[in-house]
Design a protein around this ligand. Sequence first.
Ligand SMILES: Nc1ncnc2c1ncn2[C@@H]1O[C@H](COP(=O)(O)OP(=O)(O)O)[C@@H](O)[C@H]1O
Ligand SMILES: [Mg+2]
Length: 269
Amino acid sequence: MSDLSVEAEAVEVSIRGLTKIFGEGEGAVTAISDADLILQRGEFLSLLGPSGCGKTTLLRIVAGLEFPTEGSVDVRGKSVWNRHKRSKAATKPISMMFQEARLFPWFTVAQNVALPLRVAGMPKAQRIERAHEICETVGLAGFENHRPAQLSGGMRQRASLARALVTDPQVLLLDEPFGALDAMTRDALNMELMQVCARADVTTILVTHSIAEAAFLSDRVVVLAPRPARITGVEAIPFPRPRSLDLQRQTEFQDMVAHLRTALVGGAE
Ligand SMILES: Nc1ncnc2c1ncn2[C@@H]1O[C@H](COP(=O)(O)OP(=O)(O)O)[C@@H](O)[C@H]1O
Ligand SMILES: [Mg+2]
């Protein structure tokens, strides 16, 4: 099925002709070149590509943090960008999570998690209750009153994920969220991420360096060539859900990882 044949009402994110050039003249850097991508509602999509190929830039444009040079991004039919002006209505249902947890050290976990609700003007009692709920969902029950410095790296990323989920986003953008963690913590968090995303029925774009992570979590994996980011392949990942970590030991999974690796290397040539 080609991207363009996806039925309009099921489309959550639509990226068309997206180009981003930083700077001008001799020093100009083309970070993204003419990218097209359509995500269906509830889909989990990963972006896989070498460092510096424009993955973060793409997420930042979708999130409304960076304006595109050319092209459009629509979320549920609303344009995120009108020329260089961001639409608040279009970005409202979007949450982004970064590689670093970016928590305020003087706030408790619950206060950090509740921050987007505070910004949105939700009354204190209500937002703290909601923060506690979402802390439980991401495995932080009992840590709500801790400060970030009292948490492990994995726990801090859980708090960061909780903060991204607390507003009930329709679109979740994850920029190498677990890249700095050890393999075991990362496996555990990926399992939970998959369950949380399925339950919350969010549409997710994950940026990762890990081919196995992309293959394990995704419905589709988009392979990007080095700078400027060009989409060189879109691979459907057909493994049924729910998936368990055992999947990673199966031959079909390892074949898929090898296939994606070839696609990635092919794109780099
Ligand atoms: N604000 C900026 N100003 C100038 N160049 C930038 C800016 N942000 C990113 N770039 C450049 O755009 C390219 C893509 O960056 P980035 O999106 O961070 O890549 P990735 O996330 O895939 O590693 C890089 O060459 C980077 O140096
Ligand atoms: Mg990046």
